[in-house]
Design a protein around this ligand. Structure first.
Ligand code: 13P
Ligand code: SF4
Length: 361
């Protein structure tokens, strides 16, 4: 939590108005056990959100924030918040000199691939991802040499080096549609072993014959949920709906009422009439729904991503004022262009017709 210790350039009235604007959004949050939002906590951060919003205009910057980062970022300073697919779209369309990507490093790299003219910066260079960091380009090249006939599909949670080795990139919002549309029977899917398991099940359900080979990465947040929690919660809360992400184990997704991307889960909860929801995903998403649909009720169960939580208002302010070299995302042009091919291919299929088997790769 930011404490305003310096003399603020903003008037008391401006700070008060900003604190009320923040409170209007943040007061609905109950999921956050680390702090509670009231007018005093909003007054503490108001000078910082005012400063960041002013800096954005001065520096011609846009802030993209993943739904898992802290709510004061999402509702205080972000221009767009959403899942990795939506934010990739926004990065592609961004017409700004600077993009501050408040999320994790692979997402900022994706923004740089899509918006090479912009200066893309990250608030914290250490905000990695257990999935993206599980596989290098050279690891993937070795795998490809073992399966030369396979279509190479990479989850967006991967480095630019890995994306440059792929035929097509996917996100959790379009993975089934894209895998189903590929003509190859054999698919090399990296780097998420658990998502690969979920793809196998989904393809079987769709009656589509695919052999899915994967590497061994997992998400250190979504691989942690205990399936016993679901049975206990269902007994105690009749009518409960369980929602999970396809990075979870089959023990979790198989027992869920809805499995989907961050954006998909949010839409499902907003559009579903149920007395309670259990969200087996990152807590930031629960906070977003609490703000936007305060009538929804949640049973505890979500977890925190330590990488997403490295983002803070202070770091966003600092990177806007004067980015350090390591905070600026830079990619070698040949690598960027090769990675871009796999992302463009994703947009092409994801935005196209439903399922088109046997269309050329
Ligand atoms: P989304 O594509 O659902 O945003 O997922 C990204 C992610 O990192 C989930 O853990
Ligand atoms: Fe990576 Fe998991 Fe964090 Fe998403 S939640 S950024 S997959 S570690």
């Amino acid at each position: 939590m930011a404490i305003a210790t310096e003399i603020s350039p903003f008037s008391q009235q401006e700070i008060e108005n900003e604190a009320e604007r923040l409170l209007n959004r943040l007061m609905h949050i109950e999921c956050d056990s680390r702090r509670s939002w009231n007018i005093d906590t909003c007054r503490e951060i108001a000078p910082l959100t005012l400063e960041i919003n002013q800096l954005k205009a001065e520096k011609d910057a846009v802030i993209l924030a993943h739904s898992y980062v802290e709510p004061e970022i999402v509702y205080g300073v972000a221009d767009f918040s959403g899942d990795s697919y939506m934010l990739s779209m926004k990065a592609k369309q961004a017409n700004a000199k600077r993009i501050v990507f408040s999320g994790v490093v692979f997402m900022a790299e994706t923004a740089k691939i899509l918006s090479p003219e912009a200066e893309v910066v990250v608030p914290d260079r250490n905000s990695g991802c257990s999935l993206a960091d599980s596989l290098t380009g050279s690891d993937l090249r070795k795998m490809k040499s073992m399966y030369p006939d396979a279509a190479v599909v990479c989850y967006i949670n991967s480095t630019a080096e890995v994306k440059a080795e792929c035929d097509v990139c996917v996100t959790s919002s379009n993975v089934y549609k894209i895998v189903a549309s590929l003509p190859q029977k054999r698919i090399l899917f990296v780097p998420d072993r658990l998502m690969a398991e979920n793809i196998r099940i989904e393809m079987k359900k769709l009656g589509i014959e695919k052999e899915i080979i994967s590497s061994d990465g997992t998400c250190i947040v979504h691989d942690q949920f205990d399936p016993n929690l679901i049975s206990e919660a269902r007994e105690n809360f009749p009518g409960l709906k369980v929602v999970s992400h396809p990075e979870c184990t089959l023990n979790i997704t198989g027992k869920s009422d809805y499995v989907g991307s961050t954006g998909g889960m949010m839409q499902y909860v907003k559009n579903t009439d149920a007395p309670y929801f259990m969200m087996l995903t990152e807590c930031g998403l629960v906070e977003r729904i609490e703000v936007e649909s305060p009538e929804k009720r949640f049973i505890s169960g979500c977890k925190l991503c330590p990488f997403m939580k490295m983002n803070s208002l202070e770091k966003i302010r600092d990177v806007l004022v004067d980015p350090r070299q390591e905070q600026i995302v830079e990619l070698e042009e040949d690598l960027r262009l090769r990675a871009l091919r796999s992302i463009d291919r994703m947009f092409e299929i994801a935005e196209g017709e439903p399922h088109q088997p046997n269309k050329g790769c």
